[in-house]
Design a protein around this ligand. Structure first.
Ligand code: CA
Length: 236
């Protein structure tokens, strides 16, 4: 597999060093730019799989870079780093084409999770995945391609992560998936992180798709191990 190449635009040395160290540990190739000018030069030199873009730079504003990069490369994922209190910038950045943002100071796990998420999402929309994926169970109709569901509780727009989680569970119907397997497959994360996020997702899926979310029949907890999806539970 090709090593994903990330352009990191960040002028604060201690933040940049921490991010570079950890991204490299995750197997990414990093090009680091400390100014807007250096960022645009690096941007034109080669192509990247992701840009991590700090908004406050010594010579330019990240919003302008974001707009310019987006204009030249409509598919390139951009993750913005904003400071607290830059609410307006965040909104503007999302309008100018950033895919996601993180507010400083952020947790490193959260950062890596976002990076993996964006990269998976961009792979997700490659044409090879472009087929119809409709899944029916318990009077629910789930369209994984368009991330829409018709349920007994109403119509639901699924998030990409929810879609990915459902796809993983459906593909392994009837089998127990460990927390580690689910985290890896859905978030691209190693086992020891963000397990509460996983539990919260299961709670959400139950709320969407179970007749009685408090007594799940389809999204089952396997105590001490993980979760299991059952399409057609035994009667009784
Ligand atoms: Ca900065």
């Amino acid at each position: 597999m090709k090593q994903p190449h990330i352009l990191l635009v960040e002028d604060e040395t201690h933040i940049a060093q921490g991010l570079i160290f950890n991204l490299e540990m995750e197997g990414f190739l990093i090009t680091h730019a400390e100014t807007g000018a250096a960022a645009m030069e690096a941007f034109h030199r080669q192509s990247y799989d992701l840009v991590v873009l700090d908004l406050m730079l010594p010579d330019s504003h990240g919003i302008d870079l974001c707009r310019q990069m987006r204009k030249e490369s409509s598919q390139l994922p951009i993750l913005m780093l904003t400071a607290l209190g830059e609410e307006q910038d965040r909104i503007k950045g999302l309008k100018e084409g950033a895919d996601d943002y993180l507010t400083k100071p952020f947790n490193l796990d959260e950062f890596l999770l976002r990076v993996h998420g964006i990269l998976r999402r961009s792979a997700w929309y490659q044409p090879t995945f472009n087929k119809e994926e409709i899944y029916l169970f318990n009077n629910n109709r789930i369209d994984l391609r368009n991330l829409e569901a018709v349920t007994t509780h109403g119509n639901i727009c699924l998030t990409e992560l929810e879609g990915r989680m459902l796809r993983t569970l459906f593909a392994n119907e009837g089998e127990t998936l460990t927390r580690a397997e689910l985290l890896k497959s859905v978030w691209g994360m190693s086992a020891d992180t963000e397990t509460r996020t996983l539990d919260n997702f299961i709670v959400r899926l139950r709320k969407y798709f179970e007749a009685d979310p408090a007594k799940p029949k389809h999204f089952l907890t396997v105590r001490g191990r993980g979760y299991r999806f059952i399409r057609e539970p035994e009667q009784g």
